[in-house]
Design a protein around this ligand. Structure first.
Ligand code: LCS
Length: 397
């Protein structure tokens, strides 16, 4: 069934028709879910050849699966990389990337403003494997450069960062990495490939918690990475196949379905995000707002340079203390009080007591995660309803 995808199409066309496209066997427009753990060999020799890598084909779904392969190909396409790799969660992606690049006795340098689970992976898990995490304030790239030594294997950044929406200059960071002959890994979860394509800015590996905007509907946990064929083969064979944190075929299908609407969802998230950020910025009960689209955001110019639009994530602080924040959150109706982000539904949370509770108070201060920081993942509802809900809850403080 011919289905030619032209790489020069616009992003929306690529997400709709992407390389996970029409099934060549049946013409099914929605990709089939190969819900099979194992794949029959034609004969004993075929089994041996597949294991030796001398024949192409599927063996066992921990090692590869056609539905998952469709997703990996499509994601590589959208991130403008050579190959993709799917994982059972974003954390599995982070862990497997790390152990593919570092061995005991080596280190990596990371921004200190990152998802709390990634911070816990760095600080609690990797040292037990003899791998040293060096977390620094990456809003000043001199700190990154100073932390690099001859045992450093890669730099890890999240931009925009969870939860305070600070930005790191990907291009400059890639220059630093390459000057030291090491790799740059970018967590692109907040931006998605529609808003930002780190590989085109010089990064070597891009990763996602696909649980978020890629899936888009809050119905599956998943991770993705895109890089060169060489790195992806290495990560698959030297780490993921043996550690086993793979995605299920059904969840791969959910992500392929999510990708079809990525562009329209992101346009709406961005439009609502900007309006909610402006509304909060002028609200008398709000102390501060961090949204890359606001002119006074410290990295607004950088956001314009490396992002297409500014996204749907906002951090803000309420005047007063923890009690005022709790009263505000407890009075919301439309905005759902929950962790995670990137869903159609507006989700709101207090990171320092939830997603970022792996940080000590000192680490929170160093990472500029304020005690009154509230994070909102602006959904795709009618924006006036989101703002009305925020307004009525703010008025109850
Ligand atoms: N990277 C970023 C930027 C994230 O926000 C998350 C999860 C991960 C990686 C890990 O991905 P997962 O294993 O959950 O798919 N962030 C969450 C958050 O902010 N609230 O709940 C999960």
């Amino acid at each position: 069934m011919p289905h030619k995808v032209d790489e020069n199409w616009g992003f929306a066309s690529l997400t709709v028709h992407g390389s996970g496209g029409i099934d060549p066997l049946t013409g099914a427009v929605s990709p089939p879910i190969y819900q099979s753990s194992t794949f029959a060999f034609k004969n004993a020799q075929h089994g041996e050849d597949l294991f030796k890598g001398e024949a192409a084909g599927y063996i066992y779904s921990r090692l590869g699966n056609p539905t998952i392969a469709g997703l990996e190909k499509e994601m590589a396409f959208l991130e403008k990389g050579e190959a993709g790799l799917a994982f059972g969660s974003g954390m599995s992606a982070s862990f497997n990337i790390c152990i593919s690049l570092c061995s005991a006795g080596e280190n990596f340098v990371s921004s200190n403003t990152i998802y709390g689970g990634t911070h816990a992976l760095h600080k609690k898990v990797m040292p037990r494997l003899g791998i040293e995490p060096r977390e620094v304030d990456a809003t000043d790239l001199n700190n990154i450069e100073k932390a690099i030594d001859d045992k450093t294997k890669y730099i890890f950044i999240e931009t925009p960062a969870n939860p305070n929406l600070s930005l790191v200059d990907i291009e400059v960071c890639a220059e630093i990495a390459h000057r030291h002959d090491i790799l740059l890994v970018v967590d692109n979860t907040f931006a998605t490939p529609y808003l930002q394509q780190p590989l085109t800015l010089g990064a070597d590996i891009v990763m996602h918690s696909a649980t978020k905007y890629i899936g888009g509907h809050g119905d599956c946990v998943a991770g993705l990475a895109v890089s060169t064929k060489e790195f992806i083969n290495h990560c698959r064979k030297m780490s993921l196949n043996d550690t086993g944190g793979v995605l299920s075929p059904f969840n791969a299908w959910l992500l392929l379905r999510g990708l079809k609407t990525l562009t329209v969802r992101m346009d709406r998230h961005c439009e609502n995000g900007m309006r909610v950020a402006q509304f909060l910025a002028f609200h008398p009960k709000v102390e501060w707002v961090s949204y890359p689209g606001l002119r006074y955001h410290p990295e607004h110019e950088l956001a314009k340079k490396q992002m297409r639009k500014f996204g749907g994530m906002i951090a803000f602080g309420i005047k007063g203390g923890r009690e005022e924040s709790k009263r505000f959150l407890d009075n919301l109706n439309l905005c759902t009080l929950a962790v995670s982000l990137g869903d159609c539904d507006t989700l709101i949370s207090h990171p320092s007591s939830t997603t970022h509770s792996s940080y000590t108070d000192e680490e929170l201060a160093e990472a500029n995660i304020a005690p009154n920081l509230i994070r909102i993942s602006v959904g795709i509802e009618d924006c006036s309803d989101i703002m009305d809900d925020l307004n009525q809850a703010l008025r109850k403080i």
